[in-house]
Design a protein around this ligand. Structure first.
Ligand code: UD1
Length: 375
C-alpha cells in the first residue's frame, strides 16, 4: 500500500511524526514523506524534524514563501508529477495550511483518495485563510479524521457522508506524549532565566492580529501591562517580527518585563509551556496543547475552531481588546491552577487508529460515525 504524506509548515510536523512512525511499523505500507518547503528556515522546519525524529523528507518541493495563490499553485505544480510517478493508494494531508489544500486538490484531481487529518474544525470566519483551506480540503477528502465532536457535527451539517468521518483523537497529543520524556528534561526555563511556574508564554502570528498595526499595537499594550505582573517570554514568528520591527513600539516593550526570543524548537517550546503559569496566544495547536497540559490559555481571537478546548479544556476566548485581555489575565492569575480532564481520545493513540483505518482494519475503539449515528 503506497501512501504519500504531505507536510509544509511548522504545525504540520508534529501532526505527521506519529503517523509516519506508525505507518513504518507495517511492512505492507510504503510511506513517502513530501515536504513542500512552505516553511524552510531551520528554526521553522529543520529543528522540528530533528526534535520529532521525523525522517528526512523523501521529496522536497522547495516552494518557499509567497502569496497564497503563488504558494498553493507552486505546491500543486511541483507535486503533480510526484503523485503521477508514485501513484499512491492514498495521500495524507494534515491541518489547515496552504500546503494541506494544495496537496488535497492535486491528489483529488488525479483521482487519488485524500485522507485529511484534523478535519471538520470550523471557525466560521472566512477571512481566515485556514478556514478556506479547511472547507475546501474537507469537501474533496475520502477519509475525514476528526479530533473532537464539533468536527463531526460540522461535517455532517455540510452534507459529508457519515461513513467517511472517523473520530480518532488528536495526533498533536500523540507527539506531546511520545516526546514527553525529552521535553520534560529541557533546560529552557533556566536557560531563559525564568522561574518555574512564574512566567507567561506569548505567541502571535495570525494575519488578522499582526498585519493590522492598530490591533498589534493594542496587543502589545496589553502584553506590556501583564508583563508588569508576570514575566512574559515571546518566541516571535518571522511574520510577526517583521511587523513589530516596522512599528515604533520599542519603548512600550522596553518598560515591560516581556522578552522577545527567536522561535523555539518543539521540545524547548513544549517544555516552556508545560512549566508556565499562563499562555496568551492566537495559535490553534497551542489551545489544544495547553488543554492537554492543564495550563490556562487566553486565546487572543474572537472565535475558535477548537471549541472543546473551551468546554472541556483550559482555554478562554478573550478577543483583542487590551482591557479585556488584561482583566482576563488578572483573573487567571488570581485563581488556583485548574484541574481538567482531557477530551475523549486525546490519549496519544490517534495515529494508531488512523493507520488502522487506512489499512482497512478499524480498531475497536475508533468511533465510526455511521455506527454511532445508527442508534
Ligand atoms: C502558516 C499557516 C498558518 C500556520 C502558520 C504556523 C497558511 C495559510 N498559514 O502561516 O496556518 O498557523 O504557518 O507558523 O498556510 N517565513 C520565514 N521563514 C520560514 C517561513 C516563513 O521567515 O521558514 C516568513 C516569510 O516572510 C513568509 C512569512 O513568514 O512570507 C509567512 O509565512 P507563510 O508560510 O506564508 O505563513 P505563516 O504566517 O507562517
Amino acid at each position: 500500500m503506497r501512501i504519500v504524506n504531505i507536510v509544509g509548515a511548522r504545525p504540520n510536523f508534529m501532526k505527521m511524526a506519529p503517523l509516519l512512525r506508525e505507518m513504518r511499523r507495517h511492512p505492507e505500507i510504503a510511506a513517502t514523506l513530501v515536504h513542500t518547503g512552505q516553511h524552510y528556515d531551520d528554526r521553522m522546519a529543520g529543528q522540528f524534524f530533528r526534535d520529532l525524529d521525523l525522517a528526512h523528507p523523501d521529496i522536497s518541493l522547495d516552494v518557499g514563501s509567497g502569496s497564497h495563490a503563488y504558494q498553493t499553485a507552486e505546491v500543486m505544480k511541483r507535486l503533480e508529477p510526484v503523485l503521477e510517478r508514485i501513484r499512491p493508494h492514498v495521500v495524507v494531508v494534515v491541518g489547515d495550511v496552504n500546503s494541506t489544500l494544495a496537496g488535497a486538490v492535486t491528489a483529488a484531481k488525479l483521482c487519488i483518495p485524500v485522507a485529511h487529518v484534523e478535519a471538520g474544525l470550523r471557525s466560521f470566519d472566512r477571512a481566515m485563510p485556514e478556514e478556506i483551506n479547511r472547507l475546501l480540503t474537507d469537501a474533496i477528502s475520502e477519509y475525514l479524521f476528526v479530533t473532537e465532536e464539533s468536527g463531526r457535527e460540522n461535517l455532517l451539517r455540510e452534507g459529508v457522508d457519515s461513513r467517511k468521518i472517523h473520530l480518532v483523537g488528536n495526533v498533536m497529543i500523540d507527539s506531546l506524549e511520545q516526546c514527553r520524556p525529552v521535553w520534560e528534561r529541557s533546560d529552557v526555563v533556566t536557560r531563559l532565566g525564568l522561574a518555574q511556574g512564574d512566567y507567561g508564554v506569548v505567541t502571535l502570528h495570525r494575519p488578522s492580529n499582526v498585519d493590522d498595526p492598530a490591533i498589534l499595537r493594542g496587543l502589545v499594550k496589553a502584553l506590556a501591562e501583564i508583563g508588569r505582573r508576570l514575566p512574559l517570554v515571546f518566541p516571535v514568528h518571522p511574520r510577526t517580527r517583521s511587523r513589530l520591527e516596522a512599528m515604533d513600539i520599542g519603548s512600550e516593550w522596553g518598560r515591560a518585563n516581556a522578552r522577545w526570543v527567536e522561535p523555539l524548537g518543539y521540545l524547548d517550546f513544549v517544555g516552556l509551556v508545560a512549566r508556565s503559569r499562563l499562555v496568551l496566544t492566537d495559535s490553534g495547536g497551542l489551545q489544544e496543547e495547553t488543554t492537554a497540559l492543564g495550563i490556562p490559555c487566553l486565546t487572543l481571537r474572537e472565535q475558535t475552531e477548537r471549541p472543546i478546548t473551551v468546554t472541556q479544556g483550559t482555554n478562554r476566548i478573550v478577543g483583542t481588546s487590551p482591557d479585556r485581555i488584561v482583566s482576563e489575565a488578572t483573573r487567571v492569575l488570581a485563581e488556583p491552577r485548574l484541574q481538567v480532564a482531557r477530551p475523549p481520545l486525546w490519549d496519544g493513540r490517534a495515529a494508531d487508529r488512523i493507520v488502522a483505518i487506512l489499512r482497512g482494519a478499524p480498531p475497536a475503539d475508533a468511533e465510526r460515525t455511521d455506527v454511532a449515528d445508527a442508534g
